[in-house]
Design a protein around this ligand. Structure first.
Ligand code: SF4
Length: 468
């Protein structure tokens, strides 16, 4: 099993990796398919004239709040999550709505009227996964030419129905990969390999990454990730106002930040200093995410605040913090994120919020424990503590928006991550619940969880708070 650090952390736009970035990428994949030879033309003159899209399961239930429709339109215009300019998105969508066509670069114009051709089908889920999408292309006489099913499986990953089956079959078979030096698929294997090699988790992960790219490329990519995360925090601390979507939730990070700076300047004693800074950093990221700004999946958009907040905390409060530490942090966090994704899930639609904010907290705790000088055992312990205390957490965003409870939840996830790292560092790495057992518990709990609590906004807070 090999999941690159650049698969776990991806630069994109908010508000949701599975409901925004995934569908945008799926639309791009469908456009690529239309130009390819991978589908049989019924006749030599068969030309695609129109596209229709249906969204299913969780994408249909919470897609409006998560901006899924907008993401599909942008994707069909050839926009990619990591490149689209958030400031131009509204104009692009307005243009498609006015013309009733999409005009992706390198393609002819296709008829696509979002109000008619984009269907939120809440009645019929697709069989493979809760986040299903069907893209269909028609000729000018409305004859179906080609249809593809895609699933957005969390963290911005998109697979076809065939790929999903292959992925599941692979998981059941041998977990290892011969092409990387440290093919750990579980925390147990990771610890055994660390012991045998004498390397840290970050060093093993680095060796795996460097079997696919140069050291300079890896370091430049890691630095770019942190730059994007840090930029997101800074924008979130500056921006103010009401977040989009209709809930009328006001941004709070800027105001809290102003107060904290004032406190800092006046040397007033704040017994909750670290917690407050962690919280404001995480909230800044998730407010940007809710507003559709540029964010980094970590491992998802909904949980994007935890990792950046704890890295900024590390820079703020740890005297020896530096760029090398940030790289080791990201590599260690990605190693843990990859194990969780491989053995359970990082998708709220699959296992609830324990898979999103819980995984983010486990990754952050591991990263922080690593840069605090933790042994591999202490790092594994930190990740386990953080994940264990998110077990059972449901996904119930009010109005299907990634705002309440998501924004504060990231703040609390960051606080738990730091506490977990600190507890683990104070121990000797020996502990009662192995990380693998905790991950398996999360998987089983998610499997048993009612669909109401898996990103459908049909249960929990989403039905008990009256929207104003
Ligand atoms: S409740 Fe958690 S899993 Fe659900 S959308 Fe919010 S952050 Fe994501």
């Amino acid at each position: 099993m090999f999941l690159s650090v650049f698969d776990v952390f991806k630069i994109g736009v908010g508000p949701s990796s599975s409901h925004t970035m995934g569908p945008m990428s799926a639309a791009n994949r469908f456009l690529d398919l239309l130009l390819s030879d991978e589908w049989p033309r019924p006749s030599t003159g068969a030309h695609v004239a129109a596209i229709k899209v249906s969204l299913h399961g969780s994408l249909a239930h919470t897609g409006i709040g998560h901006g899924t429709g907008r993401a599909v339109v942008l994707g069909l215009m050839g926009e990619h999550p990591d490149q689209v300019d958030p400031d131009k998105m509204d104009a692009i969508i307005d243009g498609v709505e006015r013309s009733g066509r999409v005009t992706p670069p390198g393609h002819p114009a296709y008829w696509f009227q979002p109000k008619i051709d984009l269907i939120f089908d809440k009645k019929v889920p697709l069989p493979g996964h809760a986040n299903g999408m069907a893209f269909s292309a028609y000729d000018k006489d409305e004859r179906l030419l080609v249809k593809r099913i895609y699933y957005s499986v969390g963290g911005g990953f998109v697979v076809t129905d065939t790929e999903l089956e292959q992925m599941r079959a692979k998981k059941k078979s041998a977990a290892g990969s011969a092409r990387i030096p440290f093919p750990f698929a579980t925390a147990k294997q990771m610890l055994e390999m660390a012991e045998r090699s004498g390397l840290t988790i970050a060093q093993m992960k680095r060796a795996n990454e460097e079997s696919h790219m140069s050291r300079a490329e890896l370091d430049a990519g890691l630095d770019r990730l942190w730059e994007a995360m840090n930029g997101c925090i800074d924008r979130g601390l500056k921006n103010d106002g009401i977040m989009p979507g209709g809930l009328k939730v006001r941004r709070r990070a800027r105001q809290i930040h102003d107060k904290l700076q004032e406190e800092w300047r006046s040397n007033r004693i704040n017994p909750l200093l670290a917690n407050d800074w962690l919280s404001v950093y995480a909230m800044a990221v998730n407010e940007e995410n809710a507003a559709g700004g540029r964010v980094v999946t970590a491992p998802t958009n909904g949980a994007a605040g935890v990792v950046p907040a704890t890295i900024r905390y590390y820079l703020h409060f740890h005297e020896d913090a530096d760029q090398h530490g940030i790289r080791d942090y990201l590599l260690t966090a990605a190693a843990v994120g990859g194990i969780i994704k491989h053995n359970a899930s990082i998708s709220g639609a699959e296992v609830g919020c324990q898979g999103e904010v819980g995984s983010a907290a486990a990754m952050a705790a591991a990263g922080l424990a690593a840069v605090m000088g933790g042994t591999p055992e202490q790092i594994e312990n930190a990740a386990e503590i953080a994940l264990e205390h998110h077990l059972g957490m449901t996904c119930d965003p009010i109005a299907g928006l990634v705002q309440v409870p998501c924004i504060e939840r990231n703040a609390l996830g960051a606080v738990k991550a730091v506490t977990a790292a600190s507890l683990a560092i104070k121990g000797d790495g020996q502990h009662f619940v192995p990380l693998d057992a905790c991950i398996e518990t999360m998987r089983q709990t998610g499997y048993d969880m009612s669909e109401k609590y898996k990103e459908t906004s049909t249960g929990g807070l989403a039905v008990n708070v009256v929207e104003c």
